[in-house]
Design a protein around this ligand. Structure first.
Ligand code: SF4
Length: 209
């Protein structure tokens, strides 16, 4: 298996699968789904796994074109539904979100971080300068002899002054609250959309904590 360099990740395409023509056509005719994690903790992404075996029947209708688990930040063809975990904390998050908006018919904010910034948005209470100072220059966990360095590299995306919710960057079509949302809630939204129904999320699985 070939290794991928860090600066190649954004443009990396998954290798062609070994599907025969008929299987590839069947896959491509399904409803294409993409998911991506921006500035979050991946807890919402893990909730996707909580859909468990309920997903099996849905796979007759849907195909997952891009998954947050591969963290490939570009989608190769238009998708019907995009799920976005996490808010916007750097310029790469902005580029990725705009790319998803341009390539997904329906875009869904999943979880508190995508909807209002969540835990990362706590840094909005202080200036970016103070935030960097606390994290890298005056951190109580630094050893006295430790060199004080602000991390900088051309491959590191510039940090935004504030953490933003996704809908302040692009239009989002649905909001799925929770920290994280239940796997059952994600499944209900996906099942409704895949079957052409209005999204109808019962209160008992629509959590705000
Ligand atoms: Fe993690 Fe909660 Fe943010 Fe989801 S909403 S990414 S679970 S902190």
């Amino acid at each position: 298996m070939s290794s991928i360099k860090k600066n190649e990740i954004a443009s990396y395409e998954l290798p062609a699968t070994q599907l025969d023509e008929k299987s590839r056509k069947a896959r491509d005719e399904k409803i294409q789904i993409a998911t991506i994690a921006l500035c979050g903790c991946w807890g919402c992404t893990l909730s996707f796994l909580d859909m468990d075996e309920k997903m099996i029947d849905l796979f007759d209708k849907i195909a997952i074109t891009r998954s947050s688990f591969s963290d490939v930040k570009r989608i190769p063809h238009r998708c019907a539904i995009g799920f976005v975990e996490g808010g916007i904390a750097n310029e790469e998050n902005i580029e990725t979100l705009i790319h998803f908006r341009e390539n997904c018919d329906i875009l869904i904010s999943v979880g508190a971080c995508a909807i209002w910034g969540g835990v990362p948005a706590m840094r909005n209470l202080v200036s970016l300068e103070d935030c960097f100072k606390e994290a890298y220059l005056e951190s109580p966990t630094m050893l006295p002899e430790q060199e004080k360095i602000l991390p900088f590299h051309e491959d590191l995306p510039p940090i935004t002054n504030k953490v933003y919710p996704c809908h302040e960057i692009v239009k989002m079509d649905y909001f799925l609250p929770g920290c994280p949302p239940d796997g059952d809630a994600i499944f209900k939204v996906l099942d409704d959309l895949a079957n052409g129904r209005e999204v109808d999320l019962p209160r008992e699985i629509n959590r705000f904590d």
